[in-house]
Design a binder for this molecule. Structure first.
Ligand code: KG4
Ligand code: ZN
Length: 333
């Protein structure tokens, strides 16, 4: 079964072709138009998706040495995300499904991230605990079985990736800030400033990242500009330490509480080098298995959408041509 996956929920136009669970191609085009604004401009994102969707799908088909007539099913992200951006992918997928007379299915973007765990690790199976960390989401999900989720904890305000991006902006680093902070933090001292770790003492698996962002902002207001420049890597390392420590401690605690011995970590922030190392080390202490998808499957991509779509199509799910885009779509429970 050849599946074409399409992802347009934010600022990446992406298309992928899977043959069964094997990735034949995965093309991701990141929109450079937002760089000058220091964040994603929704209207510009929609327009860029419209320009890109046809050439990106063509490229994915070519790289996979496939043609549209060899596609057996289509999977498309229908939420959550920017409504105008989502609509481009959803309508394009509908058009293709109608013309090709092939089944198509809507995939929740978060479910796509969860399924990135299965792309390369063919031995991966539920139940497992999934930490989903991206620019828009921070949640711990108990994946009880395929397509069966229970949300254990989620952010009460900002997502962790959003905190990385906002702190980077305060430090005049280019968007997206996560990779920049990660790189600078490598040479910094994580104990330089003691930033707060939110909701660590409370008995909850929820997160909160707006306080950490505000703490960094207040700290920067007190320091002369040249001191900030001189200690840039120390400040980045201190912020990253606070942000990542909460993710690691809460996820491990959740795994122990729910007696689950496998942890999958996914979403853009799963590319973070400290998170990868710390989670791996801490999990080993408690004899837990951790899976991190390859970096290219952590940030937004259509291969993960196709992989989740494969599971849905196999289980008999199909969307009708009435499928809409849902900017605040929740993970089905
Ligand atoms: O999953 P993703 O591509 O898009 C969303 O669904 O939001 O995640 C993008 C987020 C951005 O906030 C970006 O700064 C963050 O992932 N990110 C990182 C790293 N690479 C990407 N954050 C921390 N460290 C990284 N290495
Ligand atoms: Zn994402």
């Amino acid at each position: 079964m050849n599946i074409l996956g399409i992802e347009t929920s934010c600022d990446e136009t992406s298309a992928a072709v899977l043959s069964g669970d094997v990735v034949l191609s995965n093309v991701v085009s990141s929109q450079a138009v937002h760089l000058q604004f220091g964040g994603v401009v929704p209207e510009l994102a929609s327009r860029a998706h419209i320009r890109k969707i046809v050439p990106i799908v063509d490229e994915a088909l070519q790289n996979a040495k496939t043609t549209l007539s060899q596609i057996d099913g289509i999977a498309v992200t229908y939420g959550p995300g920017l409504v105008g951006a989502l609509l481009v992918g959803v309508n394009y997928a509908k058009g293709l499904a109608m013309v090709l007379k092939k089944p198509f299915v809507g995939v929740n973007h978060i479910e796509g991230h969860i399924y990135s765990n299965f792309i390369e690790n063919k031995n991966w199976s539920p139940p497992f605990l999934c930490l989903v960390v991206s620019g828009g989401h921070t949640l711990i999900v108990l994946v009880q079985d395929h397509l069966q989720y229970r949300i254990i904890g989620k952010t009460r305000d900002d997502a962790v990736g959003e905190a990385f991006d906002k702190v980077a902006k305060l430090l005049d680093l280019p968007y997206p800030g996560g990779p920049q902070i990660d790189q600078l933090a490598n040479e910094g001292d994580p104990s330089f400033v003691k930033f707060p770790r939110a909701l660590m003492k409370e008995k909850t698996f929820d997160f909160s990242y707006s306080g950490l962002k505000t703490a960094v902002m207040n700290y920067l207001k007190e320091i002369p500009e040249q001191e900030i420049r001189k200690n840039l890597s120390n400040i980045c390392a201190s912020f990253q330490q606070a942000a990542v420590e909460v993710l690691v401690r809460k996820t491990i605690e959740a795994a122990r509480t729910f007696q689950i011995n496998k942890i999958g970590v996914c979403g853009g922030v799963a590319a973070n080098s400290l998170l990868r190392k710390w989670m791996t080390d801490e999990a080993a202490e408690y004899h837990l298995t951790v899976n991190f998808p390859a970096l290219k499957y952590c940030t937004d991509n259509a291969a993960m959408i196709a992989r989740a779509g494969l599971e849905r199509l196999n289980q008999g799910y199909q969307a009708s041509l009435n499928l809409n885009a849902y900017p605040s779509l929740q993970l089905e429970i």
